[in-house]
Design a protein around this ligand. Sequence first.
Ligand SMILES: N[C@@H](CCC(=O)N[C@@H](CS)C(=O)NCC(=O)O)C(=O)O
Length: 204
Amino acid sequence: MYKLYWAENTGAFAPEVAMVLAGAPYETVLVDWDAKEHWGAEFRRLNPMGQVPVLVLPGGRIMTESAAMMQHLADSHPDSGLAPPPGSVARAEFDRWLFFMAVNLYGADLRYYYPKRFTAEEAGIAGVKQAAADELDRLFALLEKPLSPGPFFAGAQVSALDPYLLMLTDWYPPVQDRPAVARLRQALMEIPAVQGVWARYQPG
Ligand SMILES: N[C@@H](CCC(=O)N[C@@H](CS)C(=O)NCC(=O)O)C(=O)O
C-alpha cells in the first residue's frame, strides 16, 4: 500500500490521481498546512525540503518530487496506460512534456506564489511575481500545439501528464480559458474519480 502525504491545493494532487487511475491501493496522511507541519522537524525527516507531496512506497522507500512519482507510478502499473513503455518514441515525448511541466511550469508557479524567495530585496517582490505571470502565459501558450487536437496530451487516452497539467492550471487561473487547457480540464472532470480527488484538493 502506498502512503501519500498531502494537503489541499498542493502537488500531491497529481500523484493521487495517478494512483486512482492505476487502481493502486493507497492511504493518505493530511499535513497540517496552516500549522506549517511541513516545515517541522518530523516532516523534514521525510522530506528535507519541507515540501508536499511525499510518497511512501509499499516497501517503505520514501519518494519526493511529484514528477518522479508520476513516472514511477506509471512504470509500476504498465497496464494503466498512464505512460507509454520506457524506451519508446512515445515515451520520449511523454518524458519531454513531464519534465517541461515539472521544471518550467511548476518552477514559475512557485515564483508566482513565493516571490519573496526569489529576491533579496523587498522592492523586487512585485517584479518577481509579474515576471512569473508573464512566463506562465508564455509557457502555457507553448502547450497549445502538443495539446491539439486533445483533449489529452495523448489524444483520447488520458495519461499521467494530464492531471499534472490540471494541477498547474489550478494554481494559475488566468490560463484556464485557453482552448487546449479548457478542453483538458473539462475532459478530466468528466472522469468521476478525478473529479472526486480534485474536489478534495480545493482550498477552503
Ligand atoms: N519539486 C517539488 C516541489 C514541491 C513543492 O514546492 N510543494 C509545495 C506545495 S505545492 C510546498 O510544499 N511548498 C512549501 C514550501 O516550499 O515551503 C515537487 O514537484 O514535488
